[in-house]
Design a protein around this ligand. Structure first.
Ligand code: ZN
Length: 466
């Protein structure tokens, strides 16, 4: 009997890594993500818990770091099988992994220099992988999956990708194989999108599943109404600009930045946006935005219309893409009327901190929080009403207005998850992954109530017989 074990994203939201073993000996890994969070470095360094050399196939649902971040480590440790993903996922993953490797290399150099002064440089752990390791990853055989076109792979296994509507290229994955003559279909939801999203709203139904592994990030709640959310965002932007201030938006580079650009462009076209300069101040978000534009035919109707009418999904006359450090520094000279979108999304590093240093003290300015801020991050401190922040040994008084706009999400909420599940007919066993345990318990109850089904919360490394 086929079995599955989760080596990440079991009762937690990061580190997605699920190993499917078939009766015929085939081993299929679904995602190989990084654990994210302050205490997680050790988990990323630890052995996988299985032999990478024995994995035949790596199926990748989408290019977020918590789904692809350990692939170069997998390759370093001997994986030389086949990688399957959509073309857009491969391209986005290259951007994400290169950025991750560069950050780790930089951090290593800084730690090494400091340790050298103490004579302890030998103790500094090497980066998990380097940019060269990332390049080596792409030398392996990879197969481009198209949505809805089943791929015949090793030993009669068929894999079907369907649009998950989460980020560009994201997919749900159906793995079908024969066991003792009978056809079995195992479905992984990957991360399931929010159908109210402007950029990637398409979530395709899956016809049937003998076993479903579904994410449960927001299994315990429903999102705020998106129309109200967008209206709130637009009002804050207008008010700040008309008050001769600047708007600072910390944003994740993939999906949220593009969503924000779309709304701003929409405002511009409807003449709702006062004259201003919009800076996308993040090399990674700029690269991602180009890729989103390249695959415009996979985006939502509004994005496609922008493309048809303007020749580009996101560009509009007020927009500046500031890639270099010099260009980024020059934004400081803009006294008023700037909208600055920069990373990191939770304000734990990156260019956003420089903009905070230059602008947080001024009460005319606004910080608009459009994404989730984890406990312990600077972003969360702002949301919680901090009065001061310390940046580069300097105390900065927070006088700018902080607006938290809660309705944006790249993930389906409880209602979205349940509706998607309803379309799967017949639906066999249900397993919950990719969620915090308390939220999974609430989701499990909702599944019981709304679908009359029992769901199982997958424990780390638990062996599940399918
Ligand atoms: Zn994701």
């Amino acid at each position: 009997m086929a079995t599955l074990r989760s080596y990440g994203a079991a009762q937690e939201v990061t580190g997605s890594c699920h190993l499917l073993r078939l009766d015929n000996g085939l081993r299929i890994l679904v995602d190989c993500g990084m654990f994210q969070g302050e205490q997680e470095e050790e988990k990323n360094r630890a052995p996988f818990g299985f032999d990478p050399k024995k994995v035949d196939l790596l199926v990748v649902t989408h290019a977020h770091l918590d789904h692809v971040g350990r692939i170069p480590k997998l390759v370093k440790e001997g994986f030389d099988g086949i990688i399957v993903a959509t073309r857009a996922t491969f391209e986005l993953a290259q951007v994400v992994l290169m950025d991750s490797a560069k950050l780790m290399e930089e951090e290593y150099r800084t730690r090494f220099r400091k340790a050298q002064r103490r004579g302890e440089e030998k103790r500094v752990p090497k980066p998990l992988y380097t940019t060269e390791d990332v390049e080596a990853t792409w030398l392996l055989t990879h197969i481009h999956a198209k949505y809805d076109k089943p791929l015949k792979l090793l030993k009669g296994v068929r894999v079907t990708f369907r649009d998950a509507g989460h980020i560009l290229g994201s997919a749900t994955v159906e793995i079908a194989f024969r066991e003792k003559g009978a056809l079995k279909r195992i479905v992984f939801s990957g991360d399931l999108g929010n159908r109210h999203d402007m950029v990637t709203p398409h979530i395709e139904p899956v016809p049937r599943a003998d076993a479903l592994f579904i994410e449960s990030t927001y299994g315990d709640r429903n999102h705020k109404n998106i129309k109200e959310t967008v209206a709130e965002f637009k009002a804050v932007v207008r008010k700040t600009l008309l008050n001769r201030g600047n708007v600072i938006i910390p944003s994740f580079a993939i999906e949220r930045a593009q969503e924000v650009l779309c709304i701003l462009k929409d405002m511009y076209r409807k003449r709702e946006l006062p004259h201003c300069q919009v800076f996308l101040d993040s090399p990674m978000a700029i690269k991602a935005t180009h890729l989103f534009s390249k695959y415009h035919d996979q985006l939502g109707p509004k994005c496609r219309r922008f493309y048809d009418e303007d020749g580009d999904v996101f560009d509009f006359p007020y927009l500046h893409l500031t890639c270099s450090v010099e260009e980024s520094k020059r934004i400081n000279e803009v006294e008023r009327g700037a909208i600055i979108i920069a990373g990191s999304g939770m304000c734990t590093g990156g260019r956003i901190l420089h903009h905070f240093k230059n602008r947080l003290w001024n009460e005319r300015n606004s910080v608009v929080i459009v994404g989730y801020q984890a406990e312990g991050t600077l972003g969360r401190m702002l949301v919680d009403g901090a009065k001061w922040v310390r940046l580069w040994h300097e105390d900065i008084r927070i006088r700018a207005k902080i607006y938290t706009i809660n309705g944006f999400s790249a993930h389906a909420d409880q209602k979205g998850l349940v509706e998607w599940m309803k379309q799967i007919d017949p639906l066999g066993k249900v397993f919950l992954v990719h969620g915090e345990k308390e939220k999974q318990k609430a989701f499990k109850k909702a599944i019981r109530k709304k679908l009359g089904k029992k769901a199982h919360i997958v424990a780390p490394k638990e062996r599940i017989h399918l």
